[in-house]
Design a protein around this ligand. Structure first.
Ligand code: ARG
Ligand code: ZN
Length: 879
């Protein structure tokens, strides 16, 4: 069943107070709910029927104002409980029985590694009790939990603890009170045998806040990095957004079985353990940075999401796009800003652009859905963040801050829309964002074609721009977007020229933001004494596909001279794309592959430049991934892409052996003598060291193998160890590979998160026989389909990263993935649906692969009772 934004109606009834009591047992849980309700004054006259949401609940008792209702007094279906109020104000009491102990979907109340926990966003609360489970119904909550004392010594819920005690029979209880009104999706409870690390934070108005991170006892040594990240986040949000924390206590709980990364429940964030636990020996640099980013993201939701929430789920990007933008800026301030931008853009262009071009394409604010869980997407999150970044660029930091202050002040305690957010930005800044709002309603990635003409006689330089946006499902025609185009013009020495447009009386800086608002538009610069080279879309100032007819020599010039670090990297990527596309063509025509020596020269000068940030060197050495090369192809030739890219890597490794080896040895030497530090200079050193090692290994030289083995055995951290393992796994050194894999698994067999890495490295190995390796690994004792991290580590990594093996011409990869989706559909629909992604991209491939992929989608469709999650994605993909 499709739900439409245009059908939104305010709720008929409101819930002012929610009082919950949970009696947790091993074979069932009892939930008693008291809802203090009233007619919504904004909803018109009369007393319509009250329709409460509820799924998989066994109703034991129902009362209306203390009167026990009989079966004749209400109607019950598998999704709703309907009854007739007789007064404007009333109290509903219900008791239900639920079964968290057998909840494999990990939505609502469930058990993970022996502890009780919850995940209610988006519509999980209706699996806990009968309720108005929609974000515009906001209530205060009081929650009492009771459980067996020795199994569940820790009992947590939202807000502040107000009472606790013991009962007979070895049970105890605790009551929590959350004074802030919130929608049910922010409810949480936890009961388990947990330890915590405690710290404190003094807010800007000198309030003391207790901070606690709860984990299973064996993980107590892996919490400090998350705690440090939390304190940094709290400080940053005060400084950059003026946002202060509002309860006396802030808690994070790590759970092993979690569908997503983490959840911002009020005062009680629940995290996938992969986004909390980090220490040198067991987590990579990337994992440390992810922990820092996710801790910040969930903390920032306390304002952008909780204090001001969404009116309905179509507005999801109101909180998610904004909060991703906030966490990205936080990470940029804590680490290298340019490197963070490069990583985010590479990810967006590979994955979100593919989503925007596929059958599930939808606007940042979707206008319909069948299953909201399917819309926690790269478009809502990452493109949504790009939309916020563009507003920030158009308004500038001061007016943007004025706008966010106004938004929080105006809407504190409310459930609002993306339009309300934009209105606050407009009112605070005086900028009209009417046309800009098309970014919220039009799906698809805009193209921006730029051409130039220089008039030497008139000293003018003209840029002609054409924007367009391809059709997406349900949207044939698109209107022009507002595209902030940041640019500079470089002279022959690489200096930025003063930028003066026709009609301006003087130049306005040397790097500036032009607003492209028309389908076709031109900008003419005056007083340009020589033919310049444009540096366009600096910092990736808009999420568009830019094209400009750069020659390879011009790209090499930009790589060396552009003062915008992001665009220096981007020039290198464009050069590599041109070179790789040439190799792909040669491969397809059966010609001998010949690498353009200019790519070698360009990367040599990057490697030999000691003044460049090492992380930038590492980024510039990274060739565009196979996923990105697929995305930019009309018809992706998987084998040619793989062959071309591997050929280029091998050639670069041979040609640049000396400087790579020098860089590797110098950095490994420092790593060997420096204890692990999770800071950006150290991330930078290790990233260059590790990419150098992965190139060097392609030469097969004995000294490189020795170096990889030395790094594997002697390092003190997971970043170096996992890279060493990965290069061995992808190498032809079978004995060393087997030995390292065995030693690793023996050493880390009890650490599930480390074993995830071990699975992933093998799942992503592109050597022939990938599917057989993955199938064998599914039998490994550390693997289980019940744990989402394991599914992602093995099946997700295979289908998403190991493109040559997944797209094997016989369709075996597709058949395998469909089998896994069919099995997951019955146990965990959200995870099943997410694993489908690679099959939905069938239009990108040749006719024979298309047919094989479609056949698997058809087979899933015919496989029996499908969840709404899987049904929506499969049916839209086949439409
Ligand atoms: N709000 C969470 C976050 O982004 C994600 C919750 C996702 N839940 C879901 N059912 N898809 O921080
Ligand atoms: Zn979020």
């Amino acid at each position: 069943k499709m739900i439409y934004l245009k059908d939104y109606q305010v709720p008929d009834y409101l819930i002012d107070e929610t009082h919950l009591t949970f009696e947790l047992f091993e074979d069932h849980t009892l939930v008693h709910a008291q809802l203090v309700m009233r007619r919504n004054p904004d909803a018109g006259a009369g007393l319509p029927a009250l329709v409460l949401d509820g799924q998989q609940l066994e109703l034991l008792e129902l009362k209306l104002d203390d009167r026990v209702l009989g079966a004749a007094d209400y109607q019950l279906t598998d999704s709703h409980l309907t009854l007739q109020p007789t007064q404007e104000q009333f109290v509903i009491d219900s008791s239900v029985r639920i079964h968290p102990e057998s909840n494999t979907a990990l939505e609502g109340l469930y058990k993970s590694s022996g502890m009780f926990c919850t995940q209610c966003e988006a519509e999980g609360f209706r699996k806990i009790t009968y309720y108005l489970d929609r974000p515009d119904v906001m209530s205060t909550f009081t929650t009492t939990l009771s459980a067996e004392q020795h199994r569940y010594p820790v009992l947590l819920s939202n807000g502040n603890p107000i009472a606790s005690g013991s009962e007979e029979g070895g049970r105890h209880w605790a009551t929590w009170e959350d004074p802030f009104k919130k929608p049910a999706y922010l409810f949480a409870l936890v009961a388990g045998d947990l330890w915590c690390v405690e710290d404190r934070f003094t807010t800007m108005s000198a309030r003391e806040v207790t901070l606690r991170i709860y984990v299973e006892p064996e993980n107590i040594d892996k919490v400090q990095h998350a705690m440090d990240s939390l304190k940094k986040s709290m400080k940053w949000d005060e400084e950059v957004y003026g946002r202060e924390y509002d309860l006396d206590i802030f808690m994070i709980v790590a759970v092993n079985d979690f569908n997503m990364g983490a959840m911002e429940n009020k005062g009680l964030n629940i995290f996938n353990s992969s986004c909390v636990l980090a220490k040198a020996e067991t987590a990579t640099d990337a994992a440390h940075q992810r922990v820092e980013a996710v801790v910040a993201h969930e903390y920032f939701h306390n304002w952008s999401g909780n204090r001001v929430t969404c009116r309905d789920w179509f507005q999801l990007s109101l909180k998610e796009g904004f909060t991703v933008f906030r966490d990205a800026e936080f990470s940029a301030d804590m680490n290298s800003r340019t490197v963070k931008r490069i990583e985010d853009v590479a990810y967006l262009r590979t994955h979100q652009f593919a989503e925007d071009a596929g059958p599930m394409a939808h606007p940042v604010r979707p206008d319909s859905f069948m299953e909201i869980s399917n819309f926690y997407t790269l478009t809502v999150y990452e493109k949504g963040s790009e939309v916020l970044r563009m507003i920030h660029t158009l308004l500038g930091p001061q007016l943007f801050r004025k706008g966010s202050d106004l938004y929080f002040a105006r809407h504190d305690g409310q459930a609002v829309t993306c339009d309300d957010f934009i209105k606050a930005m407009e009112d605070a800044s005086g900028v009209d964002l009417t046309q800009f709002k098309r970014w919220y309603s039009q799906a698809g990635t805009p193209r921006l074609e730029v051409s130039e003409s220089y008039d030497a006689a008139a000293n003018t330089y003209r840029l002609q721009l054409r924007q367009s946006c391809p059709a997406t499902p349900g949207q044939a025609e698109k209107l022009p977007f507002v595209i902030p185009l940041e640019l500079a013009l470089l002279d022959a020495q690489g200096r930025e020229l003063p930028l003066q447009l026709v009609g301006e009386d003087k130049p306005v800086g040397t790097s500036r933001v032009l607003q492209v608002t028309q389908a076709e538009q031109a900008f003419t610069f005056v007083n340009i004494a020589e033919q310049p080279l444009p540096s366009l879309l600096r910092g990736f100032s808009a999420p568009v596909k830019l094209s400009f007819p750069y020659s390879r020599d011009q790209l090499m010039f930009l790589m060396q001279h552009d003062s915008d670090g992001f665009n220096r990297w981007e020039a290198g990527q464009q050069l590599a794309v041109q070179v790789l596309q040439e190799l792909i063509g040669q491969h397809q025509r059966g010609e001998l592959l010949v690498l353009d020596p200019r790519l070698v020269a360009a990367l040599r000068s990057v490697l030999e430049n000691d003044s460049l940030d090492q992380a930038m060197v590492a980024e510039m050495l990274s060739l565009p991934g196979e996923g990105y090369l697929t995305e930019i192809s009309d018809v992706a030739d998987v084998d040619a892409i793989h062959a071309a890219r591997e050929f280029a890597r091998a050639q670069l490794a041979e040609a640049l052996f000396e400087p790579l080896w020098a860089r590797y040895q110098a950095n490994r030497e420092v790593s060997r003598n420096t204890p692990y530090v999770a800071e950006s200079a150290h991330f930078a050193r290790r990233s260059l060291q590790n990419i150098a090692l992965s190139y060097l290994m392609l030469t097969g030289k004995p000294q490189v193998l020795a170096a990889a083995l030395e790094q594997y055995e002697a390092c003190d951290n997971m970043t170096e160890r996992l890279t060493a393992l990965a290069v061995l796994v992808n190498s032809p050194f079978e004995a060393e590979k087997a030995e390292a894999l065995k030693a690793f698994a023996e050493h880390f067999k009890d650490n599930a998160l480390v074993m995830d890495q071990w699975f992933s490295v093998q799942a992503a190995c592109t050597l022939p026989g990938g599917l057989a390796r993955v199938q064998a690994l599914m039998q490994h004792p550390a693997f289980t389909m019940k744990n989402p991290n394991k599914v992602r580590a093995l099946i997700g990594a295979f289908a998403g990263q190991n493109l040559v093996n997944f797209h094997a011409a016989d369709g075996s990869g597709y058949r395998f993935l469909a089998d896994q989706v069919i099995s997951l559909n019955a146990t965990n629909p959200q995870i099943a649906s997410r694993q489908l992604g690679p099959l939905t991209r069938w239009r990108k491939y040749d006719a024979s692969r298309q047919a094989l992929m479609r056949a698997e989608l058809e087979r899933i469709l015919a496989s029996g009772e499908l969840s709404s999650d899987v049904f929506e994605v499969v049916s839209k993909s086949l439409a």
